[in-house]
Design a protein. Structure first.
Length: 190
């Protein structure tokens, strides 16, 4: 009886130590974590998106940025109107690309959205700007009804199609080049 309890106790301690280490590694895992997301109604054809997310770059991606390879992140927002009598209707799809790059000659990190460029002296500052979306206006393809309920979906990922071709091949076979967030879904009522 004593041998069984000692063996059980030893195995239980090993299991507890292993699971504790696993949680520590998962907490610091690479990827994109959407911390908050909100859609606000402006009028029947426009909403605004506010979101904060955290990008944890892998060592390979940090090295790539520091060698001057730009990283492009894609933000995708969708609003779906659930209908009980027919298929759900997609009333809004929105896509935005955010680019993070580094110029080794000037030692400046550059963050860009379309024609807007911001320069930063450190990677952490550039990532902080990349990770914040504040009240970005989004136009809807169909009018939104006030008081109706919509399902909002947000997804953020590293778009590997913008990488140079040799790195696109690496991205196919290596998890170091894959950064994506889980789809975030919530209900939205204007």
């Amino acid at each position: 009886m004593m041998a069984f309890s000692m063996l059980f106790s030893r195995n239980f301690r090993r299991f507890f130590a292993f699971s504790s280490l696993l949680w520590v590694f998962l907490a610091h895992a690479e990827g994109i974590d959407i911390q908050s997301a909100e859609v606000q109604w402006i009028d029947s054809a426009n909403v605004s998106l506010t979101t904060d997310f955290m990008v944890n770059l892998t060592a390979a991606l940090k090295e790539a940025v520091e060698r001057g390879i730009p990283l492009t992140f894609s933000l995708d927002l969708g609003l779906i109107q659930p209908r009980w009598y027919w298929f759900n209707r997609q009333v809004l799809t929105w896509h935005q690309e955010r680019r993070l790059s580094y110029n080794p000659l000037t030692r400046v990190y550059r963050y860009s959205i379309g024609g807007l460029y911001l320069n930063f002296s450190s990677l952490d500052e550039a990532l902080q700007a990349l990770e914040t979306v504040k009240a970005v206006p989004v136009h809807s393809q169909m009018p939104l009804g006030k008081g109706e309920q919509y399902q909002a979906q947000l997804h953020i990922e590293l778009d590997t199609s913008y990488l140079p071709k040799p790195f696109q091949l690496d991205a196919l076979y290596s998890g170091d080049w894959t950064l994506t967030s889980p789809h975030r879904e919530w209900m939205f009522t204007p």
